[in-house]
Design a protein around this ligand. Structure first.
Ligand SMILES: Nc1nc2c(ncn2[C@@H]2O[C@H](COP(=O)(O)OP(=O)(O)OP(=O)(O)O)[C@@H](O)[C@H]2O)c(=O)[nH]1
Length: 367
């Protein structure tokens, strides 16, 4: 069976530099076999007119926000592209989807991973997010979509860094790190960037083992993120109800004024392989109680009885099939998992991950 065609999702808030980045990318000779899908919001599509196309295959999706109203269209658009490729009408070896600036990447990822028809032919290669250094901090405060985009990124492309001081850039980057500690960041000068670093980002690929480790290592250096940006967490602790295995569930009645304060992340390292029963229970419970609020979950997991670890990779409740990491060093049995969630009560993720250290009760054999 031919390898699935890699799909890169390019997202980022309104005006953050997605089209500028795409234009610069498409000038690279390595990108001449990329199909580009552009999603417009509004009656008249403009963005595709702004693309100085060097690629044969450019599709403008109907108006509407890709993340909510036209998910069906995405399936159809990709399906049509595949059919035209099979018929020899077009030729491409990767797809880049530029979303509207207000898209929540979660449902788009869901379409790519869950659509039974598409998932044979296309595979998510990574989520690229442009983050505007000049206005991004304010946007994070005002627009929760922007926070979600940062949280789901596999790589963050910092744009407009020429418009801010080194100190302002550092502040903005700290803010990004607090939301998504694992995603590597790269500056793009008016979209100019080495395309090679933008692709092959999915930790489900064996080749990206180092990326999986870097992701987790970076998150580990921020073991327990407090409510962010020095803002007080105003969520009422006592008002939450108990859910699942981990005590307080993720619901709360009011949120902090700043949107990025709604996002928290937690990582864990466990030296010994995890009991398969414990792992299944943990995942099931996390999904039952907080699936919609898990923005991103990544990890390298060692389970008792399995020769190799596997890469765990989820966006909201969508999990990529686990990929065995067969070239993992034998002496490294440490499980590493990072979870980024929204609107979760303080301590929830910590408590949830700590459950992975438990051992199943040993059955008593009575004589
Ligand atoms: N100074 C500066 N301006 C930039 C840079 N990157 C992009 N811009 C400018 O930012 C503006 C918005 O860029 P676009 O590429 O259109 O942003 P977008 O994310 O595609 O915008 P929407 O499609 O509206 O969401 C344009 O005027 C760009 O020229 C940069 O690195 N520095």
């Amino acid at each position: 069976m031919p390898a699935p065609i890699p799909v890169t999702l390019l997202t980022g808030f309104l005006g953050s530099g997605k089209t500028t980045l795409l234009n610069a990318l498409l000038k690279d000779p390595g990108m001449d076999r990329a199909a580009v899908v552009i999603n417009e919001f509004g009656e008249i599509g403009l963005d595709h007119d702004l693309i100085e196309s060097s690629t044969e295959t450019m599709v403008l999706m109907g108006s509407g926000c890709l993340c909510c109203t036209v998910r069906g269209d995405l399936s159809q658009t990709l399906g049509d592209l595949r059919d035209r490729r099979e018929a020899g009408e077009v030729d491409f070896d990767r797809v880049v989807i530029e979303t509207t600036g207000i898209a929540d990447p979660g449902p788009i990822v869901q379409t790519l991973v869950m659509d039974g028809d598409l998932s044979f032919d296309f595979a998510l290669d990574g989520v690229l997010v442009t983050a505007d250094a000049a206005t991004g901090a304010r946007t994070l405060e005002k627009q929760f979509e922007a926070v979600q985009q940062i949280a789901m990124a596999d790589r963050i492309v910092l744009t407009k860094t020429d418009l801010v001081s080194a100190a302002q850039l550092q502040d903005f980057e700290s803010r990004i790190v607090a939301i998504n500690p694992g995603a590597p960041r790269t500056k793009a000068d008016h979209g100019r960037i080495d395309p090679a670093i933008l692709f092959g980002l999915s930790p489900t690929q064996e080749s990206s083992r180092k990326q999986a480790l870097d992701w987790v290592a970076a998150a580990k250096s921020k073991p327990s993120l407090p409510p962010l940006s020095g803002l007080k967490d105003t969520r009422p602790m006592g008002s939450t109800q108990s859910h699942g295995l981990f005590g307080a569930g993720p619901r709360s009645a009011s949120y902090p004024a700043s949107h990025d304060g709604r996002v928290s992340s937690q990582s864990i390292e466990i030296a010994e392989p995890i009991s398969p029963i414990v792992f299944d229970l943990w995942l099931e419970s996390l999904m039952n109680s907080a699936a919609a609020d898990i923005l991103r979950l990544k990890g390298v997991v060692h389970v008792e009885g399995m020769k190799h670890p596997f890469a765990l990779h989820g966006v909201q409740h969508i999990f990529h099939p686990p990929v065995p990491l067969s070239h993992w060093p034998e002496d490294d049995k440490t499980t590493r998992i990072v979870v980024i969630g929204r609107d979760l009560p303080p301590g929830y993720l910590n408590e949830s991950l700590a459950f992975l250290k438990s051992r199943p009760p040993v059955e008593e054999h009575r004589i």
